[in-house]
Design a binder for this molecule. Structure first.
Ligand code: SF4
Length: 365
């Protein structure tokens, strides 16, 4: 498989279609030695089943494991760390990865339990989970999703599961885009299988799955993400970390150079344009907020909108690490503890945010 190729396959038997896709890509030829340790990195951002639209379908990872085992690869491991606010150990159970681990005899490394190692990532010092350095060939299995801060999340951003929680918070204080690009200059993804089965097009933590029944495979994470921008109706320049990653030499962001191979002649449906977040974002003043904090706020606002309460909120909601030590009126999370009216938590949950804002709005009335 060439570096500029992206393979696409559609279907509903996710395990079988993953194996067929890998066969078409001749994945085994890309791994030079059967003794190499192959790491498989899904997205288990939170403890929710894949049908919710946030996490990687275990059937896709099962297809990868079966393919590799049938080709004689035995040194396999799965690895991931959930986002700040959730425990990987819980996600492992809920998302069906404990079962996968037992069924295939493949260990699962919880990177939330890893020691941090400081590394120079193309001129930016970042802390990585030590497991990363024990992997010889990394297969990234992200979910194609929308993201309320970065617009899309796929191959490049999925590497955030391989940094410690403290570093995830710091990434947000560094503006997300730059550190994501630099992180990818340090962690090489050798192969990518994108789960575009039913990812949420608005929220990283799911809740509004959009069924597409499609998987994609590629070797260049920048090209894969640039192509995903195109699929999700964004210009690549609207997602700065993709362009920055290209500038750092991680890959190519020019999709005119991509060679798209449709397996079985069915490319699937075009992804619908979805911009729920854009409307809700106007009510929020966000400065360096963590994914979980912001990711819980937006669906809480959507619930208020469905109830007809959102339009009655006339005060800006402040959220993020940029509000630490600052004062104001209405704040979400521990970072806004000096605000007149604030919700404690780091991060507070979606329901807590909903209850808090609902009460605030009703008191105003
Ligand atoms: S309260 Fe602050 S540090 Fe905690 S999750 Fe929210 S933004 Fe991040």
């Amino acid at each position: 498989m060439k570096k500029n190729e992206i393979y696409i396959k559609c279907g509903t038997d996710y395990k079988a279609m993953t194996k067929e896709l890998l066969k078409e890509c001749a994945l085994e030829e890309l791994i030079c030695d059967r003794r190499q340790r192959v790491g498989i990195k899904p997205n288990l951002v939170s403890p929710t089943e894949a049908s919710f639209g946030a996490t990687t379908h275990p059937e896709v990872v099962a297809g990868i494991l079966e393919y590799l085992k049938e080709k004689g690869f035995e040194n396999l491991v799965m690895l991931e760390g959930s986002w700040v606010g959730d425990r990987t150990a819980e996600a492992l159970e809920v998302c069906g990865y404990r079962e996968l681990s037992d069924l295939y005899g493949v260990p699962f490394w919880d990177t939330q339990k890893d020691r941090a190692v400081s590394r120079d990532c193309a001129g930016m010092k970042l802390n990585l989970c030590e497991s990363v350095e024990k992997i010889d060939f990394l297969i990234n299995v992200p979910v194609l999703k929308g993201h309320c801060q970065t617009k899309i999340t796929c191959a490049l951003k999925n590497m955030k599961g391989l940094i410690p929680n403290s570093e995830k918070r710091r990434f947000h204080s560094l503006g997300l885009h730059k550190p994501i690009a630099h992180l990818n200059a340090a962690i090489r993804q050798d192969f990518i299988v994108v789960d575009n089965i039913c990812g949420d097009l608005d929220f990283e933590d799911g809740g509004n799955p959009v069924v597409m029944n499609r998987i994609l495979a590629g070797r260049d994470p920048v090209l894969v993400d640039a192509y995903v921008c195109h699929m999700m109706h964004y210009d690549v320049n609207e997602v700065p970390y993709v362009v920055l990653a290209q500038e750092l030499g991680v890959g190519c962001a020019d999709i005119s150079k991509a060679d798209i191979r449709v397996c079985g002649g069915d490319e699937g449906e075009r992804i619908p344009k979805s911009r729920k977040v854009v409307e809700l974002k106007d009510a929020v003043e966000e400065v360096e907020s963590c994914s979980a904090c912001y990711g819980y706020l937006i669906p809480a606002l959507e619930m208020l909108k469905e109830e007809g309460l959102f339009d009655k909120l006339h005060t800006k909601i402040c959220i993020g690490q940029g509000f630490r030590k600052k004062t104001g009126e209405l704040g979400i999370g521990h970072c806004t503890k000096n605000f007149r009216c604030h919700l404690e938590g780091c991060p507070p949950t979606e329901n807590q945010i909903y209850d808090f804002l609902r009460e605030y709005i009703l008191q105003q009335d």
